[in-house]
Design a protein around this ligand. Structure first.
Ligand code: SAM
Length: 377
């Protein structure tokens, strides 16, 4: 046996390096311990930054560009700080109410300015698609939704469920293109639902066309009287801890012959990933599924096609959001954040900088978006 062939066998016994799923119990335990150390270091950096240590963005970015490729390529197991990241949770989504408080129901004037709010493209909290030469964020978001329309095969007359519909951007844009499509949107965020209710009264909005129905509620409990021709879910599955249960629910809402399209943040490493910082401050129980996780869960839905969207798209989107956040300081600093604004500003900058930079590492080939087209199994 050559030494190259021996390595996969050897890494089973070695902590820290290689695929955590292959490790012996001792090497596994040691790797879990090392993951907690890596996480504690990241938390320490986050907390000194939040508490006032101003690190120049260029220094911050070069630290991430130096460390993340090593972790992605050689020690992916260290990117899963908690056991729950590696396993499925019991319900569908976890900590949903807390998530709304720390993330989605934050002052809307801040989020809307950061995400951008245009005539047809409402705030959209998921990546734009830049690779087709989009000149700005609005165009990148249009290109991204155009891609969803094509990949999901939307046709006029479809009744579509948007599972986690944000501010109604995707429904509004698709309704503007198809005069006979109907949409149902589901969202737990009260503030985002208020935005859509307002648009449903606005004659200039396609959400007021009578073809949009809104349900404010938790996807864990969602039930509808009718089944849908198509279901789409964009940027929501980082809040889903159990793919088996989620796909069972989606399958039960899909009419026979219908299609499901999900777009998620994904990592092309052997295990799923999370971080103590995002869990504590940004997305409680948020996780990034590995690229193979969705097709692996094929009991009620099966994946018939999938695409990897390079992480540079999300890098550009998050960098744009950070610039908008910075540029709007004057108008957003007096809003209510439940903490001193200077601290909130540093917390939010750390989030946008950290995620935005990680997506750019390894030329976007390890951390990007996964898109999956599914039908009944
Ligand atoms: C990252 S945003 C994406 C929103 C939208 N799909 C888009 O692309 O702009 C995730 C959305 O999922 C919603 N969400 C998260 N957890 C939920 C839950 N348990 N039940 C219902 N909606 C949820 C959030 O309120 C938010 O609107």
């Amino acid at each position: 046996m050559t030494s190259a062939n021996a390595f996969p066998t050897l890494q089973k016994y070695l902590p820290i390096t290689g695929d955590i799923n292959l490790k012996t119990p001792i090497a596994y335990k040691a790797t879990r311990g090392a993951a907690r150390v890596v996480d504690a270091l990241q938390m320490a950096l986050a907390e000194v930054y939040i508490n006032g240590l101003e690190i120049p963005d260029s220094v911050f970015r070069s630290m991430i560009h130096t460390s993340m490729p090593i972790l992605f390529k050689h020690s992916p197991g260290l990117l899963a700080p908690y056991d729950w990241v590696l396993e499925e949770s019991s319900g569908i989504a976890e900590s949903s109410r807390e998530l709304m408080k720390v993330q989605y129901d934050r002052p809307q004037a801040m989020l809307n300015r950061m995400l951008g709010d245009w005539d047809v493209i409402y705030p959209k909290y998921s990546t734009g698609f830049w690779q087709n030469g989009a000149a700005n964020l609005e165009e990148a978001q249009r290109h991204m939704i155009d891609q969803v329309i094509e990949r999901l095969g939307i046709t006029d007359g479809d009744h579509i469920l948007d599972f986690g519909c944000g501010w109604g951007c995707v429904p509004n844009y698709i309704l503007s293109k198809f005069p006979n499509v109907r949409f149902t949107g589901l969202n737990l965020s009260h503030e985002q639902c208020e935005y859509m209710r307002h648009k449903m009264q606005d004659p200039n909005s396609y959400l007021s066309s009578g073809r949009f129905t809104l349900y404010e509620g938790d996807l864990n409990e969602a039930q509808f009287d009718e089944k849908f021709d198509k279901i789409l879910s964009i940027g929501v599955f980082c809040h889903v801890g159990n793919l088996t249960n989620a796909f069972q629910k989606l399958a039960s809402l899909l009419r026979s012959g219908g299609k499901v399209f999900i777009h998620i943040i994904t990592v092309r490493i052997p295990n799923h990933m999370s971080s103590g910082f995002t869990h504590k401050y940004i997305f409680p129980h948020g996780r990034y599924w590995n690229y193979d996780a969705v097709p692996h869960h094929n009991r009620d839905l099966k994946t018939i096609d999938r695409w990897y969207m390079n992480g540079t798209n999300y890098h550009k989107t998050l960098t744009d959001w950070l610039e908008r956040f910075d540029a709007n300081q004057e108008s957003i600093q007096h809003l209510e954040y439940g903490m001193d604004y200077a601290k909130f500003r540093r917390l939010w900058r750390f989030y946008l900088l950290l995620l935005g930079t990680i997506f750019a590492t390894c030329d976007g080939e390890y951390n990007g978006n996964g898109q999956y087209l599914m039908v009944h199994a």
